[in-house]
Design a protein around this ligand. Structure first.
Ligand code: PLP
Length: 408
């Protein structure tokens, strides 16, 4: 019975070989294992990636963006959720016109998994790796002073025209070509036949007042470029913060990650936003034992129950991405009840849960440590209780955990 909770996971044809709806269907049966382990009858923890939640969040983002297209940011291994599985799901969302990542490996992994839409790498990269990306139809970014020369070398190595989105620095002083030097630099890029100015962008600092200053700098620069005859196709600037708070910055497309990954909007937003969490962290109970009054559980006798109780052991810990700060403050869902994680109960590979004196929990039961299924285990709630925040609850998920794509 309980095994019904688990996805039926069949070996499938490589997803890359499939297209459109076929790919989506194959995804629902697919487990991505990055090394051996994670069998259905074993006790390895796993991450479920909830495909409909991404589709729902994409529709929500599109609504807030007034129907403008979405560049889906899936950097940092898709915010920890797993780029190899998230890429194809996001690729299938009709509101998404392209995907944006940072590292070359992320772009290549997505292409290998069959992602067909444009992919933008938001970084300066090496010549050879850039050439490989261009051969795989990946769009590059540039901001260095010698970008013209570098892109010409990339075009030569790839034997292709290079699509590029110049990245401008309008005041964040992190990445990008500073606006003071940007016009002659862009004119130089525009003159080169091997370079295709497919888009142009900048990043906001996430401060409403200064965002507006940055927007003014960006749009007046674009006006000057247009006066010089340069009109890159896609102008994008807004991330999740601006999606919610600076609607005039939405331009030709919004470039968002957090909202797609289900992060709540927070206070002071123009319109309500109803995001859904996109993953579950799960493991099966591997031991249930009684702890008598006066006894203790865990290192340093961290849990000393006032009366006899039972503890369930979950084979998942902080190396898998479940914060040690969850001990003593968080709960896990087993069946239809939540149970407290005991003080000191999160170790590197284990979590101890108090399941009460007369436990309904059995070895093999599925426990959900983080997920949409109960208010006390929502990513935002776990983030608040562990004082890490929703984003870190996701980005700390170990890349080595098996990923299972589910439809509910
Ligand atoms: C350049 C750039 N654009 C867009 C984003 C997406 O930001 P968010 O996840 O807040 O939407 C990021 C993420 O940090 C980024 O670095």
């Amino acid at each position: 019975m309980r095994r019904r909770d688990l996805l039926k996971l069949a070996a499938t044809a490589p997803v890359a070989a499939l297209a459109g709806g076929e790919r989506a269907k194959a995804q629902t049966r697919q487990t991505t294992r990055l090394r051996p382990g994670g069998s259905d009858d074993g006790f390895d923890p796993w991450v479920e990636v909830i495909a409909p939640a991404f589709r729902h969040n994409a529709a929500e983002v599109s609504r807030l963006a007034g129907g403008r297209p979405i560049l889906a940011v899936i950097k940092n291994n898709a915010y920890g959720v797993g780029d190899q599985v998230v890429g194809p799901i996001v690729d299938g969302c009709p509101q998404v016109v392209g995907l944006a990542c940072v590292r070359p490996g992320e772009a290549l992994a997505m292409r290998a998994m069959g992602v067909g839409k444009p992919i933008l790498t938001m970084a300066e990269l090496g010549i050879e790796e850039s050439a490989e990306l261009v051969r795989k139809d990946v769009t590059l970014s540039c901001w260095l002073d010698d970008a013209g020369e570098r892109l010409a070398r990339i075009a030569k190595a790839a034997r292709r025209r290079v699509p590029v989105h110049p990245y401008l620095d309008t005041g964040m002083n992190r990445e990008g070509m500073p606006l003071t030097r940007a016009l002659p630099w862009l004119e130089n890029l525009a003159r080169q036949p091997d370079i295709h100015l497919d888009g142009i962008y900048q990043m906001f600092v996430h401060d409403v007042e200064f965002d507006r200053v940055q927007l003014e700098r960006f749009t007046s620069f674009l006006d000057r470029a247009a006066a010089a005859g340069i009109r890159p196709r896609l102008r994008h600037a807004a991330a999740t913060f601006e999606l919610h708070r600076v609607p005039e910055s939405h331009l030709d497309a919004v470039r968002v990650g957090n909202a797609l990954f289900g992060s709540p909007a927070g206070p002071d937003v123009a319109h309500p936003f109803d995001p859904k969490p996109v993953f579950r962290l799960r493991a099966r109970v591997v031991r249930v034992e009684r702890v008598e009054a006066g006894e203790s559980a865990g290192f340093n006798r961290g849990f000393r129950p006032p009366a006899a109780t039972s503890v369930a052991l979950l084979p998942v810990g902080h190396t898998d991405g479940y914060a040690s700060a969850a001990a003593g403050v968080s709960e896990v869902l087993i069946g239809d009840r939540t149970y407290p994680v005991v003080p000191g109960g999160v170790n590197s590979a284990h979590t101890i849960v108090d399941v009460g004196a007369d436990p309904a929990v059995r070895v093999g039961d599925v426990a959900t440590l983080i997920g949409p299924d109960h208010p006390s285990i929502l990513p935002a709630e776990v983030g608040a209780r562990t004082k890490t925040g929703t984003l870190q609850v996701m980005t700390r998920l170990s890349a080595l955990l098996p990923r299972r794509v589910v439809e509910a």
